[in-house]
Design a protein around this ligand. Structure first.
Ligand code: HMG
Ligand code: MG
Length: 300
């Protein structure tokens, strides 16, 4: 059975826009967030406070939050922060929630964070400690939970180990990332089962699927059946990680909402408003949304 309600965790402004070659002006980014909120998305990840030389697309994080004002911050407007420098910037911008982002694999930790897994956990520890002391909500992403483009399939025990370490730092919620979209339903079930056996129940978890092999929706259903109720998605199916070879867009929020609407699962999201938002963003990016739901519903 499926849960009666699912929290859609929207990552379009962050995961979506971090990978676009087009530079989206700060005002358009702010308007994107406003439109997503107006379409009923309660949780929207707005931007990243990372080194701007690593992700120039989101170098305007302060400006975007400044334009949004009080609507851009709070416990349901998380931002990515890798280190204390990022947390300082995020706190100065008034945020109420942050996400650190670790990796289940050594190669990706090195490529995305310039550190090995152990060193990156060491980098996150003071971030989580201080964020909690400041009363922020803290999420922890774990990338490459299923496969890694350099290392191949990732053993579930390796993922469980990193998850436990992040929770021990004091994180509120973990997001299991299928960064390159290679997960399948059986693998999702095996990972959730192993996490539950290690004391990490589905109430502490979100799932974060990329749709490279068209499996994101199926994987979502598998996770929901195992009790997960937080699903990451990106409006229009934008997204990908610039430091992960072969990463494509996230699960499109429209695909997710179409599925959940049909199953009678509540999300609070207005699908038509979302599709209109994707069409509007596609104009700014100069390319159509890869989501078939968006194409079907926008008459394209
Ligand atoms: P580093 O070069 O090792 O950093 O990068 P450092 O600590 O040695 O600092 C070097 C310089 O960078 C210093 O400046 C710092 O001040 C500056 P200098 O003194 O040389 O002039 N710096 C910063 N400036 C502004 N904001 C900061 C910041 N940090 C350092 N926060 C670092 C290490 C972690 C910073 C770098 O690797 C980085 O920024 N990585 C981010 C990569 C990224 O954003 N990737 C995409 C997000 S992850 C993702 O998409 C996956 C996910 O969606 C889940 C999934 O799909 O799996 C979440
Ligand atoms: Mg991602």
């Amino acid at each position: 059975t499926l849960p009666s309600r699912v929290t859609v965790y929207e990552v379009g402004p962050r995961d979506g826009l971090q990978n676009e070659s087009t530079v989206v002006p700060a005002e358009v980014k702010a308007e994107f967030v406003r439109r997503l909120a107006a379409a009923g998305l309660g949780t929207v990840e707005t931007t990243s406070f990372v080194d701007p030389r690593w992700v120039p697309q989101l170098a305007d994080a302060e400006e975007v939050l400044g334009l949004l004002g009080p609507d851009g911050v709070g416990a349901r407007r998380p931002v990515l922060v890798p280190n204390v420098r990022g947390l300082d910037r995020a706190l100065a911008a008034g945020v109420g929630a942050v996400a650190v982002f670790g990796s289940a694999t050594e190669t990706f930790a090195r490529r995305n964070l310039n550190r090995n897994v152990e060193e990156s956990l060491g980098m996150f520890a003071p971030v989580v400690e201080r964020a909690r002391a400041e009363g922020l909500w803290v999420r922890g992403y774990v990338s490459m939970c299923f496969g890694d483009p350099w290392e191949g399939p990732v053993p579930v025990e390796q993922v469980v180990g990193v998850c436990r370490r992040l929770l021990d730092l004091g994180i509120d919620q973990l997001s299991l990332g299928d960064t390159i979209g290679v997960a399948t339903t059986g693998h999702v079930h095996r990972l959730l089962e192993a996490l539950a056996a290690a004391g990490v129940g589905p109430d502490r978890l979100g799932v974060h699927f990329h749709d490279t092999y068209g499996q994101a929706l199926a994987n979502t259903v598998a996770a929901l059946r195992d009790g997960v109720t937080v699903v990451d998605a990106s409006t229009g199916g934008l997204g990908g990680c610039p430091y992960a070879k072969s990463a494509t867009g996230n699960l499109a929020t429209e695909d997710l909402v179409w599925l959940l609407d049909g199953a009678g699962v509540e999300t609070g999201v207005d699908l038509d408003a979302l599709v209109a938002t994707s069409a509007w963003m596609a104009e700014h990016l100069g390319r159509p949304s890869p989501s078939r739901v968006v194409r079907a519903l926008s008459g394209g």
